[in-house]
Design a binder for this molecule. Structure first.
Ligand code: BG6
Length: 515
């Protein structure tokens, strides 16, 4: 496709001003998340001149032998490894600006003394101006520590805001493991923090293509008039991965595909697809409309779950070009595990826009292809025009928002095959991000961290949205736990279990092909 805008002029990051003065405190700085994602994201923010000049990063960890120099070396290695993997060169100056702002604080997160020392360090930091700038606390720790750390931050006075001395907390996932625990965590947090201080992360919202769903829907006039039950037959949302559980068996066993992916990532995609237009891009305008959409999803009642949801686990096979053992043979997994690695469901949304339009969701590990997409199938054209021709059926019109990989948008429709006969064949028009824009290698966390620094919570989850997601998922979790839905299996590297096909039986088409 032809480029009609200069990619350089449309890149938001190049236009945004640096974040205001702040200190970023990372709890769990020696962990995997901090190395794999946060460090590369901060490095990118430094390269794009989006970190303030007046910036400090305090990494809190339990390693008593740890020093500031050792942490700097460690994070340098992580940043370099990421740049090498992306084949993106390494901007030494940008990294040194960031590395020079890093310091290490040793401390047990369940010990009050750690927070007293942290308060001192913040105070001393940034040339003694610490207390007058913002402080962003990032909880890159196990979910069991979210409540305890937040309570201690508040008890140490670290959550108190005054003037431009804002205090914000980023809470990682998983946010609860069911409805009751999510509600309890929200209560614990909101006893000591104001909702406006809480940034609940869902890294899917950091993806450009996910943010583009709203831009595409509400920044263009052409699809919105037909974005409803009069014109849409159904919606398929797929998040397919080729990887198995890898080394995460211990985390995954009590979690499973439903908890791991649905109330958060898949429901974000569903909410952005189904929401009404917000009155502005202000955080609460957007989050309010997403909340409405999720609250309108009809929770499946006990008996309906078996008819509308499928769960399955992978057997041994070849996926992503690699031989994978059966899930039950993965490290940290019980040999008789009944944890699902795949889940699919049919949901309905009870509102005027969507009544009668099924939303089919599926996600799984060890599948044939890595593919995250939202596919909208429009209603078929009536056949009358083609009576007496060779055309047996009209081609379905699909609009596909390809979230990853091969980020883009495609529109599929039927076109006349050249020749004397009237014959239709499916054709595709495609927009690809890589062709149009100068896409920069990023982790998706850049936007999220920057937004938290500037106080924009649009891309973060609100307490009620989190709970609305769990409300839909809870009856399915209960039915799975009661074995009311049999555990199917599928070979690694396939498109999933055959049982999932039955969900679409009334639709006159199957799942979009994965293999
Ligand atoms: C995480 C899940 O939240 O999202 C993982 O815990 C999953 O199991 C991952 O693999 C998928 O994210 P992405 O960005 O790789 O599509």
């Amino acid at each position: 496709m032809r480029t009609i805008a200069d990619p350089q002029t449309v890149h938001r990051r190049t236009q945004a001003p640096p974040a205001p003065p702040c200190t970023l405190v990372v709890f769990g700085v020696t962990g995997d998340l901090a190395h794999r994602l946060l460090t590369p994201a901060l490095y990118n923010l430094s390269r794009w001149n989006l970190l303030p000049d007046d910036f400090a990063l305090i990494g809190v960890g339990r390693n008593e032998e740890g020093t500031t120099q050792a942490l700097r070396d460690d994070l340098t290695a992580a940043a370099r490894a990421h740049a090498a993997q992306k084949d993106d060169g390494f901007d030494e100056g940008a990294w040194q600006r960031l590395a020079g702002a890093v310091s290490y604080l040793v401390g047990d997160l369940e010990d009050d003394a750690t927070y007293a020392r942290l308060a001192e360090r913040i105070e001393q930091g940034r040339g003694g101006r610490g207390a007058h700038g913002g402080v962003l606390f990032y909880l890159a720790v196990g979910a069991g520590l979210f409540g305890p750390v937040i309570r201690r931050l508040a008890a140490a006075g670290l959550a108190r805001e005054e003037g431009d001395a804002w205090r914000r907390v980023i809470v990682e996932k998983p946010f609860g493991h069911d409805l009751a625990s999510a509600r309890a965590l929200n209560r614990t947090i909101l006893e000591v923090l104001d909702e406006a201080q809480v940034y609940r992360i869902d890294h899917f919202l950091g993806k450009e293509t996910v943010q583009n769903i709203m831009a595409f829907r509400f920044g263009n006039g052409f699809f919105e008039p037909i974005w409803n039950r009069d014109h849409i037959d159904h919606v398929q949302i797929t998040v397919a991965e080729t990887v198995g559980v890898e080394k995460r068996g211990r985390f995954y066993e009590p979690t499973g595909a439903l908890r791991d992916m649905v109330p958060n990532h898949l429901f974000q995609l569903l909410a952005l697809t189904a929401m009404e237009p917000p009155t502005s891009f202000a955080a609460d305008a957007v989050r309010g409309r997403k909340q409405d959409a999720l609250a309108a999803v009809r929770p499946l009642s006990g008996e309906d779950v078996a008819e509308n949801a499928v769960r399955a686990q992978y057997r041994a096979g070849m996926a992503g070009g690699r031989a994978l053992p059966a899930y039950r043979g993965e490290p940290g997994v019980a040999p008789d595990s009944s944890t699902e690695t795949y889940v699919a469901m049919r949901l309905t949304i009870d509102n005027w826009r969507w009544a009668g339009v099924p939303f089919f969701l599926r996600t799984g590990k060890a599948l044939a292809r890595r593919d995250t997409e939202i596919a909208i199938r429009f209603k078929q054209a009536p056949l009358a025009l083609f009576r007496g021709t060779g055309v047996q059926h009209c081609q379905p019109n699909w609009l596909v928002l390809q979230i990853q990989p091969d980020e883009g948008i495609s529109l599929q429709f039927g076109a006349k095959v050249p020749g004397p006969n009237i014959e239709l064949a499916p054709v595709e028009m495609r927009f690809s991000y890589a062709d149009y824009f100068n896409v920069k290698a990023s982790t998706g966390y850049e936007t999220l961290i920057y937004d938290a620094m500037i106080g924009d919570a649009t891309l973060y989850q609100r307490a009620d949205t989190i709970e609305a997601g769990w409300e839909v998922v809870q009856p399915i979790l209960d039915a799975f736990a009661a074995e009311a839905v049999p555990l199917a299996t599928y070979p690694a590297g396939s498109a999933g279990p055959a049982e999932a096909d039955a969900l679409l039986a009334d639709q006159g088409c199957g799942w979009r092909p994965l293999a």
